[in-house]
Design a binder for this molecule. Sequence first.
Ligand SMILES: Nc1ncnc2c1ncn2[C@@H]1O[C@H](COP(=O)(O)OP(=O)(O)OP(=O)(O)O)[C@@H](O)[C@H]1O
Length: 203
Amino acid sequence: MIIFKNIDLKFNDKTVLKNFNLTIEEGEKVLIAGVSGKGKTTLLKILLGFTLPSSGSVFVDDLEINEKNIDKIRSKIGYMPQSTPFFNMNVEKLIHTILNYKQNSNITLDTNKLINTLKEFNLDVGILSKDISQLSGGEKQRLAFVITILLDRKIWVLDEITSSLDQDMKEKVTEYILNSNKTIILVSHDNTDALNKFRRVIL
Ligand SMILES: Nc1ncnc2c1ncn2[C@@H]1O[C@H](COP(=O)(O)OP(=O)(O)OP(=O)(O)O)[C@@H](O)[C@H]1O
């Protein structure tokens, strides 16, 4: 369960969030909507501990976000920011590098699962021998999503992760998210059928 409690956030003199409260149950699918600049990305960054609120508290599974708990909280979250934060390297090497991070030591690479998940999102297995710089924006977004699936964290925090995809693929990715057993907090400006089934929170 995720709880945002009485969150205020100001940047200099500008109030971005005022007395924001939200409780997200285990397995719930929440869409954060609202016009540009309302604080959607900021809200996700607060959940990751990248941005500190001016006041208020955030809890993830009864752990309050603070310096002591933040690593444990982050290890529960699969986070996809607005732009894919990949170094330019070979795709297969990138996947191995990410899986070799200490916080992912509970995951063993299942090659069949990797190949099947790539295929599910119309990525040819040949992508593994390419460099990140050779991929299109949409390929990078789908690859990042495949990696998020492989990491299998219980909470997914997803910031406009379908912006470079065509309508059919937006629908497919959103449907996949909707049918997952994960707790989802998603920011999107899409207009897809699947998104209508999310709980909508408007900032
Ligand atoms: N580090 C920062 N310092 C100062 N102001 C910031 C900072 N980060 C965000 N802001 C401001 O806070 C407001 C909310 O930004 P945020 O990126 O959360 O909006 P958003 O709702 O996600 O917008 P978009 O839909 O365009 O992505 C904006 O006015 C932005 O300029």
